[in-house]
Design a binder for this molecule. Structure first.
Ligand SMILES: Nc1ncnc2c1ncn2[C@@H]1O[C@H](COP(=O)(O)OP(=O)(O)OP(=O)(O)O)[C@@H](O)[C@H]1O
Ligand SMILES: [Mg+2]
Length: 345
């Protein structure tokens, strides 16, 4: 599926349509859009009211006639028309005018590993709708590996863990291609969900979905690692009385709640390693795992994976935008394909 570097170099812009965030890279300019993949619509008139951050802030706070929709689910565009409208607004008039001036507009997009043809088609249709004449698709795993500077084209193994919102993708790469890969339907959303149900069951506390992030922030400082313990205060609504209440939550309990979805990710890592040729596994023992994706920013997640696998784990410098910067590096021609000099006689 992955397009050749030659084809990518001719693209004018690159898009990563994620379940949580949409990112756009413009050739020669850099990342111009990094906003939530959300749109608020007026259901009476069908008009778009807000997109991106503003639309996300409206989630759960809208009157009946306004609905916040997410046109991308699980890494797949499920509402092409809405995704196009959202993208148009996120790009803004100025960028769109600049793109329209290109004679044959070409776009690149990353799609999740083993996305089915229908999902790939949906991504292509979305970009054709905003004016692209040709769309090149790249596997997210490759884009992310390039984006975080892994030496993908060398004959050494690199292991990458893309922790997104809806899915976690794991792969071993060597010589510029994927050797083995897995896609686990567990991501940041599942982790947030398990925190919410833990609070509901153990503290009878209901939390607005947007308060989970401050919770991660409160836990920052290694409290989430296997050894840390302590408590943190959380405000929410009592399940029975409906009144506002705050409780002290211990991090040990939270950690055990998070470890349930994490098991799926660890199983995926195990499967990839089992399917991998032994020579590459030997490389990985000292090179370790590179984590990218927004959920890689969750404090303590790297430590948990390090302890569970016994392998070195590293978080990329800007894990959240790695896929789109990887695409951008390929567009800008910063990545040289490995060329073999013909063996001279
Ligand atoms: N600082 C942070 N701490 C904890 N979690 C974070 C942080 N920043 C982002 N996240 C989580 O990362 C997820 C978003 O990751 P990312 O931006 O990679 O998703 P995406 O690319 O839109 O999703 P996908 O690739 O699955 O389609 C969200 O679930 C969010 O809660
Ligand atoms: Mg993503």
């Amino acid at each position: 599926m992955t397009a050749s570097l030659e084809q990518l170099r001719r693209c004018h812009f690159a898009v990563d349509l994620g379940a949580a965030r949409t990112r756009v890279f413009i050739k020669g300019e850099g990342v111009v859009v990094d906003e939530p993949s959300a749109a608020a619509i007026n259901t009476r008139t069908g008009a778009l009211i807000a997109v991106g951050t503003l639309a996300e802030q409206m989630t759960g706070r809208t009157p009946g006639y306004i609905r916040v929709v997410r046109p991308v689910k699980g890494g797949t565009v499920i509402d092409i028309d809405m995704a196009q409208r959202m993208l148009r607004h996120l790009l803004g008039d100025k960028v769109r005018r600049a793109l329209r001036r290109k004679p044959r507009l070409r776009a690149a997009a990353c799609t999740p590993h083993d996305a089915d043809p229908l999902a790939q088609r949906a991504t292509v249709e979305t970009l054709v709708g905003i004016g692209a004449r040709r769309v090149e698709l790249v596997d997210t795993l490759i884009a992310a590996a390039v984006g975080c500077g892994l030496p993908v084209e060398r004959p050494e193994a690199s292991m990458i863990l893309v922790c997104g919102a809806a899915t976690t993708q794991i792969a071993v790469l060597s010589l510029g291609s994927i050797v083995t890969a897995e896609r686990v339907p567990v991501g940041g959303n599942a982790i947030d969900h398990s925190v919410l149900s833990y609070l509901r069951h153990h503290h009878e506390l209901m939390l607005p979905s947007q308060s989970v992030r401050p919770l991660h922030v409160a836990l920052r400082g290694g409290d989430l690692s296997m050894t840390g313990s302590g408590t943190t205060e959380i405000h929410g609504r009592d399940v029975a009385t409906g009144l506002a209440r705050s409780v002290e939550v211990d991090t040990v309990g939270l950690r055990s709640a998070i470890s349930i979805p994490l098991t799926g990710v660890l199983d995926g890592i195990g499967k990839v390693l089992r399917d991998c040729p032994p020579d590459l596994v030997a490389d990985l023992a000292d090179r370790g795992i590179m984590m990218v994706g927004g959920s890689a920013l969750m404090p303590g997640l790297d430590q948990m994976i390090r302890e569970a696998t016994g392998m070195p784990v590293q978080v990329a410098e800007r894990p959240d935008i790695a896929s789109v910067t990887g695409l951008g590096a390929m567009l800008d021609g910063q990545i040289e394909p490995m060329t073999l000099n013909p063996l001279s006689a």
